[in-house]
Design a protein around this ligand. Structure first.
Ligand code: SAM
Length: 212
């Protein structure tokens, strides 16, 4: 993904520690004390500009949410949304998802969302895909028993790779849609990428998988 550099992003992120949590490792095992209410925690990995996670947090005040994004110039847009919406059940982390197990303890997260993850189409880059087995292990190491992973993409190649990766890892495929926007799935909240690609005529793939 091409990222437009925003030199002011770092300073803005640092000036809102109530939303963009600094040194997130220090909260490992006690994330619920960071939120107003002790309730289930759902995270989105690769949250981008934050539309999905913000709308989810508005619609589900009984759940705590954390959006995780690598690039400061991207997550700063999620922060702008959050400072407007002032949601008590949403926090943001500007970190690499490779660090998930430094940040969350086993059983601390109830659900992981992956939306329109970068496809990394070259085989030699497969390990960077967020549905590669090493990432599935990281999610397992922070999820509750029977925790779920919900995944959406417009990329057929990444979807096929991911279904195989989930299946080889031993995850239970609970729901699969090969055309989400023409399915009976209710309550879909669109991401920025989802809106862009579906307007261009792309089909949206979605699945829900469960850990043992
Ligand atoms: N989920 C958003 C959407 O659907 O509009 C953004 C999709 S964008 C294609 C993928 C995002 O994942 C990018 O913003 C990228 O920086 C982020 N990302 C990719 N690998 C990541 C990682 N290892 N840790 C954190 N974020 C990551």
């Amino acid at each position: 993904m091409r990222v437009r550099n925003k030199p002011w992003a770092r300073e803005m992120l640092d000036s809102h520690p109530e939303y963009v949590i600094p040194s997130p490792e220090e909260n490992k095992g006690k994330w619920n004390s960071v939120f107003e209410k002790d309730q289930p925690l759902h995270i989105e990995v690769g949250t981008g500009k934050g539309r999905f996670i913000t709308e989810m947090a508005k619609a589900n005040p009984h759940i705590n949410y954390i959006g995780i994004e690598l690039f400061d110039s991207v997550i700063v847009s999620a922060l702008e949304r959050l400072t407007e919406a002032k949601l008590p059940n949403l926090k943001l982390l500007n970190v690499n998802a490779e660090k998930l197990t430094d940040i969350f303890a086993k059983g601390e997260v109830n659900r992981v969302y992956l939306n329109f993850s970068d496809p990394w189409p070259k085989t030699r880059h497969a390990k960077r895909r967020l549905t590669y087995k090493t990432f599935l292990k990281l999610y397992e190491d922070i999820l509750v028993e029977k925790g779920e992973l919900h995944f959406k993409t417009d990329n057929q190649g990444l979807f096929e790779f991911s279904l195989l990766s989930f299946s080889e890892y031993g995850l239970l495929l609970k729901y699969i849609s090969l055309d989400l926007h023409n399915s009976d799935f209710e309550g879909n909240i669109m991401t920025e990428y989802e809106e862009k690609f579906s307007q261009q005529g792309s089909r949206i793939y979605r699945c829900e998988v469960q850990y043992p």
